[in-house]
Design a protein around this ligand. Structure first.
Ligand SMILES: Cc1cc2nc3c(=O)[nH]c(=O)nc-3n(C[C@H](O)[C@H](O)[C@H](O)COP(=O)(O)OP(=O)(O)OC[C@H]3O[C@@H](n4cnc5c(N)ncnc54)[C@H](O)[C@@H]3O)c2cc1C
Length: 460
């Protein structure tokens, strides 16, 4: 098909106002939140109905056009950087909450619904959708499912995977494949939803998603623990977990991150602290009181210089919001930022923190470390200037050492940001060649022409 005829066909499917081919528009769809060179696609299209989405997928496959789905483009691993001359399919117009079922506790959504919107709509009805990535104000549920995103509440409530009851997705022929159900239990057929969660747009394109909702906790208490030694803070994380307490949130911030976030948000964080833990316990009021007490005792025993409850809900919200701003706050400091999410078993958090500090010294790099320490998921964030080739080389070497260390500690390359383009070359270190070969066979079977988000996860 000629280019003009192809554009016409996309316009027929999605409406001419939803087909973008000007250079300035295409630039918008050429990058995401990863530090990688941008790559404008040949075309971007924004279907407004699921039927049109399926037809777009079918047309791309028919014409052998690489297709990259894009929600909000906030992923940190290059997942939405398109292939040259490829098509970016934007899901922002597929933003309907189809149903929130209050009797059976689930929601049915289109992929472009923003995470915070579902949270808010569920909350109005006395229900709770827990997965809360730092990007929740803008990231889409389709993107969350495709990345298996986690958030501050992941420790107690799990990640996106734990809330996907079912979904439908378009295969490369544009056929709608359905998996899972609206029931609590479902043992019908292969667990294709399990396979699609975290598939980063490489195996199919999500249509509707069925998400589990739960009752919100009756009570909660937020605590701030201040440390004058980083090691004491990280050992406290391990001690709380070892004491069989599962807070809803157990976040770590080092001094560099605290100061940067405070300057950015003015939330009232103690800028002199070597490290800070943000802890929230929730559940039945009696349990909350007991756990909050125990957590405070553990913090003090581990050497916290101050442990105090948030004065009120407003203070908690201010501090938690400031924590969610850690990435943009750090990203303002230098022209380039590499944000990693190496994850280790929780007992190894103190060792990982020590190692990151040592890396910063050895490679003479500025690294702010924060993250979901209760999950063993830290975000060492290196701020630097990519235009300085020598500095960039040191960053690369430091990142490579970081992954090696995380794996040696029994950890994993990614706790939540996925592999995208940025970590494909490291995958073999974690899973071995046979796993990559098997994954590529699976991908070939589902996507024989290799049009679905080529190059991501398992490489070309
Ligand atoms: C400031 C900031 C804070 C962040 N905090 C967190 C955090 O706390 N936890 C966390 O896990 N992540 C976090 N992230 C990363 C990012 O927000 C998540 O990965 C998020 O889920 C991406 O959603 P999105 O809508 O932006 O998806 P996009 O970036 O647009 O896409 C992500 C991937 O999903 C695929 N995809 C999107 N829609 C579909 C679909 N309908 N069908 C098939 N594939 C699809 C894309 O092709 C791509 O591979 C953060 C990012 C930023 C910038």
């Amino acid at each position: 098909m000629s280019t003009a005829a192809l554009h016409q066909e996309f316009a027929r499917i999605a409406g001419p106002e939803n087909v973008f081919k000007d250079a300035s528009d295409l630039l918008t769809y050429s990058y995401d939140a990863a530090l990688l060179p941008s790559q404008p696609p040949g075309l971007a299209v924004r279907p407004t109905t699921l039927e049109a989405l399926g037809q777009v997928v079918r047309l791309c496959n028919q014409e052998g056009l690489p297709l990259t789905v894009r929600g909000a483009g906030t992923n940190l691993s290059g997942g939405t950087i398109p292939a040259r001359e490829g098509v970016v399919v934007v899901t922002t117009a597929l933003n309907r909450i189809v149903e929130i079922n209050q009797e059976d506790l689930y929601a049915v959504v289109e992929p472009g619904v923003i995470n915070a919107r579902l949270f808010a709509e569920a909350q109005k009805l006395g229900l709770f959708y827990p997965p809360d990535p730092g990007s929740q104000a803008v990231s889409t549920l389709g993107g969350n499912v495709a990345e298996n995103s986690g958030g501050l509440r992941g420790l107690k409530y799990g990640v996106t995977r734990d809330y996907v009851m079912g979904l439908s997705f378009f295969d490369t022929e544009g056929q709608l494949v359905k998996t899972g159900s609206r029931t609590v239990k479902c043992a019908t057929g292969y667990n294709l939803a399990g396979l699609m969660v975290g598939s980063e747009g490489t195996l199919g394109v999500f249509g509707q998603i069925i998400l589990r909702l739960i009752p919100p906790p009756a009570a909660s208490r937020a605590l701030l623990a201040v440390f004058d030694r980083v090691q004491a803070a990280s050992e406290t994380v391990a001690a709380i977990i070892a004491a069989r307490i599962t807070p809803a949130t157990l976040e770590f911030l080092d001094n560099f991150t605290i100061r940067t976030v405070e300057e950015f948000s003015g939330a009232g964080l103690p800028t002199e602290a070597a490290a800070l833990l943000l802890i929230e316990v929730d559940g039945h009021p009696a349990q909350v009181a007991e756990e909050a007490q125990k957590v405070q005792e553990i913090c003090r025993a581990q050497g916290a210089t101050l442990v105090r409850p948030a004065a009120d809900a407003a203070e908690k919200e201010r501090i938690w919001t400031a924590r969610r701003a850690a990435i943009p706050a750090l990203a303002r400091l230098k022209p380039s930022v590499v944000l990693e999410d190496a994850t280790v078993p929780r007992s190894k958090v103190p060792e990982l923190v020590r190692f990151i500090n040592d890396l910063a010294k050895r490679y003479e790099l500025t690294i702010g470390t924060f993250g979901h320490a209760g999950d063993g998921n830290l975000h060492p964030t290196i701020v630097f200037d990519q235009r300085d080739a020598e500095q960039e080389k040191r960053v690369r070497q430091a990142v490579e050492e970081l992954f090696d260390r995380a794996l040696a500690l029994g950890g994993t390359l990614s706790g939540e940001h996925g592999l995208g383009l940025t970590k494909t070359r490291f995958l073999v270190k974690e899973v071995g060649k046979a796993t990559i070969a098997w994954s590529r066979r699976l991908k070939r079977a589902m996507d024989p022409k290799g049009i679905l988000n080529p190059g991501k996860i398992v490489g070309a």
